[in-house]
Write a protein of this length. Structure first.
Ligand SMILES: Nc1ncnc2c1ncn2[C@@H]1O[C@H](COP(=O)(O)OP(=O)(O)OP(=O)(O)O)[C@@H](O)[C@H]1O
Length: 90
């Protein structure tokens, strides 16, 4: 099981709207990076053609409970940021 997080641009009003809230709105192009517990993919939002980076975090593969908690906390914090970069958890 995995949690997936995308890093995407926001609209001019600082929000991304519903279009970035569902995986069905993204078409994955290719893998562009790999972290310790994650894989990052280049993807396109089929609604507005925006190119985004989708980060898939193998959160339940993390055996270290603290690392898992830190990751969940980071996703939670980042999800509340209203800036030019928006994050969503799927
Ligand atoms: N927004 C992005 N655009 C382009 N490439 C990215 C983006 N985010 C991450 N990457 C690529 O994916 C790789 C992995 O990123 P990720 O953030 O998952 O791990 P990390 O924090 O670099 O490493 P670790 O998980 O081991 O601490 C990066 O090194 C980078 O090459």
């Amino acid at each position: 099981m995995a949690a997936e997080m995308d890093i995407s641009h926001s609209d001019s009003n600082g929000t991304s709207g519903d279009k970035y809230n569902a995986m069905k709105n993204f078409e994955i192009d290719k893998k562009i990076g790999k972290g310790q517990f994650s894989e990052v993919y280049r993807a396109r939002c089929v609604v507005d053609n925006t190119i985004v980076a989708l980060k898939k975090v193998q959160i339940f593969e993390m055996m270290d409970a603290k690392a898992r908690q830190d990751c969940i906390k980071e996703i939670d914090l980042q999800g509340n940021v209203q800036d030019t970069v928006g994050l969503r958890l799927f």
